[in-house]
Design a protein around this ligand. Sequence first.
Ligand SMILES: *[C@@H]1O[C@H](CO)[C@@H](O)[C@H](O)[C@H]1NC(C)=O
Ligand SMILES: *[C@@H]1O[C@H](CO)[C@@H](O)[C@H](O)[C@H]1NC(C)=O
Ligand SMILES: *[C@@H]1O[C@H](CO)[C@@H](O)[C@H](O)[C@H]1NC(C)=O
Ligand SMILES: *[C@@H]1O[C@H](CO)[C@@H](O)[C@H](O)[C@H]1NC(C)=O
Ligand SMILES: *[C@@H]1O[C@H](CO)[C@@H](O)[C@H](O)[C@H]1NC(C)=O
Ligand SMILES: *[C@@H]1O[C@H](CO)[C@@H](O)[C@H](O)[C@H]1NC(C)=O
Ligand SMILES: *[C@@H]1O[C@H](CO)[C@@H](O)[C@H](O)[C@H]1NC(C)=O
Ligand SMILES: *[C@@H]1O[C@H](CO)[C@@H](O)[C@H](O)[C@H]1NC(C)=O
Ligand SMILES: *[C@@H]1O[C@H](CO)[C@@H](O)[C@H](O)[C@H]1NC(C)=O
Ligand SMILES: *[C@@H]1O[C@H](CO)[C@@H](O)[C@H](O)[C@H]1NC(C)=O
Length: 840
Amino acid sequence: MKLQQLLAAVCCLAAALILKTKAQENAMLQIPPSLVECYNTSYFMNRDNRLPANMDTLISLIEKVENSYAASSGVQADIRTVSVALLHRFRQDGIKKAAGINVADGVIPYSPTGFQFPKLKILLSRLIPGNANTFPNSSLTRVERCSLHFMLSSTFDTRTRGDENNVCNQLSQYRAQRLPRSLKKEHENNFISASEWLEARSKRGRSSDSVSKYEQLGELDYESDWAYAGPETSQCPVEDGLVRTRWGTISGGTLIAGIAAGVQQQTVQLNTLLTLASQRRARGRSQSQTSNTIDNRWAATLAGELAEVTLVQLPVSNGNPASVGATGGWNDTVLPHWYFLSQRNNLEATDAEIRGGLDGLILAKNVASWRTQAPSLKLSQLLRMYYSTNGVLSSGINACSRQNQFTNVAPSQEMEDQTNAFALILDREMQLRVTLQPSLISQFAGNATASLVTYVPQSLNDVSCMATSNLDLTDAITPMTNLYLFLDTSWQYSTIVDYIAYVIQQLNIHPYASTITMLSAQDGSIIVNTTNYITDVYQQWNATTQATYTQGFNLPNVLRTIQNLTQYLMNEEKTNSSLSGHSLVALIIPNQQTINDGDSSYATTEIQYIQEQIPDLRFIYYGGGSIQRFSSFVRDPTQDLFSLTLGSTPATSAGPVAKRIVQIPRRVINPRCGSTWYTNSWGTDQTAQYVGPGKVNFYRVSSNYFFGAGANRYLTIQSQNGGTYTICTSRTYAWPQQNSTTLSTTNSIDQSCTQISGNSFSYDLSNACEGYYTITQCPDLYLSVQATSNTTSCIQDACQTPDQWRYIMSMVNMGCYSGVSGIAASLLIIVFAILALRLI
Ligand SMILES: *[C@@H]1O[C@H](CO)[C@@H](O)[C@H](O)[C@H]1NC(C)=O
Ligand SMILES: *[C@@H]1O[C@H](CO)[C@@H](O)[C@H](O)[C@H]1NC(C)=O
Ligand SMILES: *[C@@H]1O[C@H](CO)[C@@H](O)[C@H](O)[C@H]1NC(C)=O
Ligand SMILES: *[C@@H]1O[C@H](CO)[C@@H](O)[C@H](O)[C@H]1NC(C)=O
Ligand SMILES: *[C@@H]1O[C@H](CO)[C@@H](O)[C@H](O)[C@H]1NC(C)=O
Ligand SMILES: *[C@@H]1O[C@H](CO)[C@@H](O)[C@H](O)[C@H]1NC(C)=O
Ligand SMILES: *[C@@H]1O[C@H](CO)[C@@H](O)[C@H](O)[C@H]1NC(C)=O
Ligand SMILES: *[C@@H]1O[C@H](CO)[C@@H](O)[C@H](O)[C@H]1NC(C)=O
Ligand SMILES: *[C@@H]1O[C@H](CO)[C@@H](O)[C@H](O)[C@H]1NC(C)=O
Ligand SMILES: *[C@@H]1O[C@H](CO)[C@@H](O)[C@H](O)[C@H]1NC(C)=O
């Protein structure tokens, strides 16, 4: 009976284990079926075909996933669901190409044979349980799915590429090669993947390699069966699984794993894990382990990386100190695709992995308390706050302060204990070249920890918070724009892409924020249709698609198109009763072409008409040749014209363009006017707006909405949830603001500021154009809103972060006045205006 019970229990356990493993596809020894689509074509092996690996891309993709979860289930996807699903769906570490094996039917020459894989296997199957069963796969395109996979999955491509002479020298600025180059292939490290191990063993019966024996063999002919690194290793291998941020490149999978562990924290007895491990592959080691526990937040982050140093590097280091950190660099920082390491040995804990591990640990240890402050915190919001100068909620914790957080979240003793404990588990799951005594593992864990404790403060070369703190007005603005970008496709795609991408990356193209529409400057045809996702631009605009558009620049067509599109927008806003709250910008990117006289005089007339019909539209030219040739087509030639000179860096050339666009105030409209500037109804229209801590929202109300006199005509701002705000207004200065740096230099700014707290603010526009005879003479109303208290309770979908304040902006009894619409304006005023003009 007892035996039967025991057997039953064992069966149950075995069944449970099998079931568990089945659900965790990415922990299996093959590329899982869901990721095959990224490897059964050579397309994604060219990194240029993946989405640029930066934080904005990652946040965009996560937003797509979050919105899709929300749409299908009706409830907001919480941080735990999304972070755990992302890991289980997309992360598989250590995928390497099998050298010398070609694609064949049914053979994909890739498999997770790298040393990073066993750690991931333990994490997915034991420490961060979960699955991706309900993951909304179709919410992402194949390019997006595969780009996520490559951003979240750590591996190295160590094969020689042929560009080393060129590329590797450029990296030398980072750090001199730490190890001598030798023609002979050195053994890379102490890891031998399971399949390789079997192969080597069957061929040579090398079952009990000692270090020195192995090295001897290596001297002889080991090269030939180092099937997974190729005959020659690149001097500067490519690292994958990375995401570039302003504050250093991080390992994406480690970051997300840290967050997932933080929201699903587990502390597991070491012995429990050892038992599980030895059931799977009994190696008959002593089980006399300590009563240590493993904290999944550590295993997923720094302890995991250090355990790899402990097992893979130190046993074969010949007594050299543990080497942690490996610098590297992208060969393009606007569209980061290729990250080259400046060394090819000791890659068990690269700089990016250390940063990702540290960021992951900081987030893991704090996320529980942040979630109590902001219960509906989303993953995209957490990342957006952490990778910003503001930091998460009001904790002041952000990526640029990671080095200061290091000692708080990673006390040396705790780090050493966790590294030691996890290394003991990892040792069971990893096929090393040597067999280690547990006591030696402990010593190596101590050595690895000690190295990291000195490396982080001394050698992690990160941009400091000081260097990125608010320096000018642009940094205080949250961009909200409807951008129409007209491109002369005679520009060669590869020479122009970085400049354009740089501009649009600064514009907050996200759901509930900015939109972009990209069009041909020759005939106005759509290159990228209006979108809130910058990833759509990356996917739909490329060298191939650009070549399908007619080259050239036709200003009349551009004007006709922008007029049509913006009138369509105004009519949509009428339908939605939306005050807009977005600036309206046409960014025109001509090449060398000049404007002939006919087009020029047509354009001059047309622009006058546009300025009356679409008063909030701003034209900006960023082009080749003499940019002054466009000076009669913009409102302010000193501010709206920018030269595009190839060869200058994107930041120098495109930075000022982005700044100019960001500073254009958001429009506030009377939606009742539509594009015809006619309304026969009066009343209140309102739109919710959001302002983050330390940010200022600037608005402009065009005098077209209040030129004539009207009774009870107001713009109001109503505080929500007791928020307190400073509101500044001006009729002359576009950026009225309390305590602005611009203020201190210009003394005579005509502005007035008011504080409101839980109540509302009104600006009377009933007779605001009294004394002006034409609409253009009557100045617009400029207005700014900034919050003066903290909150964590922004729960609307539109909140980009939970620390934004929500307020309601209303337009009450506004009118519609346009120089071209006789019906709209009160007839009397028109007559007066015309009379007045004649008199002047
Ligand atoms: C690659 O895999 C995907 C998904 O499994 C499949 O749709 C596609 O047809 C495959 N392509 C090739 C070339 O086998
Ligand atoms: C998405 O794909 C994963 C991996 O193939 C699968 O486990 C999951 O069930 C899919 N999601 C849905 C909703 O079908
Ligand atoms: C590793 O740690 C041991 C014990 O703490 C110490 O004796 C040894 O010197 C360390 N090795 C190195 C290379 O730092
Ligand atoms: C970056 O390097 C890769 C590999 O050499 C190359 O294919 C790619 O064109 C480079 N990108 C840039 C922008 O130089
Ligand atoms: C662009 O999007 C709009 C609205 O989403 C749609 O009406 C229009 O047909 C689209 N145009 C093209 C060319 O896809
Ligand atoms: C360019 O984009 C199109 C459409 O998105 C895609 O089909 C094509 O493969 C892309 N071409 C390259 C070279 O990336
Ligand atoms: C914009 O152009 C389309 C197609 O030419 C036309 O159908 C539409 O009426 C135009 N919209 C406006 C507001 O003029
Ligand atoms: C109008 O509302 C629809 C549906 O809510 C939305 O898709 C669209 O983007 C809105 N348009 C504008 C201009 O706000
Ligand atoms: C803005 O306020 C800060 C502190 O609140 C103060 O140090 C600074 O001098 C002020 N700047 C201006 C221009 O008033
Ligand atoms: C918000 O909170 C932080 C930290 O709690 C504090 O330093 C800051 O002054 C607060 N800001 C406001 C506007 O109250």
